[in-house]
Design a protein around this ligand. Sequence first.
Ligand SMILES: [Zn+2]
Length: 65
Amino acid sequence: MRKVHHPKIVQQSDRRWVVVCEDCERNEKSAMPIGINTPVNSREKAELMWENHCELRRSALRRGS
Ligand SMILES: [Zn+2]
């Protein structure tokens, strides 16, 4: 069964941005991917990490792995 991830970009109270993924948090067996749950100073960086996380998902689907 394939896992579908739904990462979210949230702004912390210190105005930094963080990408969170409940699907990764639920998956206790595998490590948290780079960038997830890591606060960054710019929204652009957060959006990049968010895209990368979606990209990972898409290429995995394309390869069928
Ligand atoms: Zn995830």
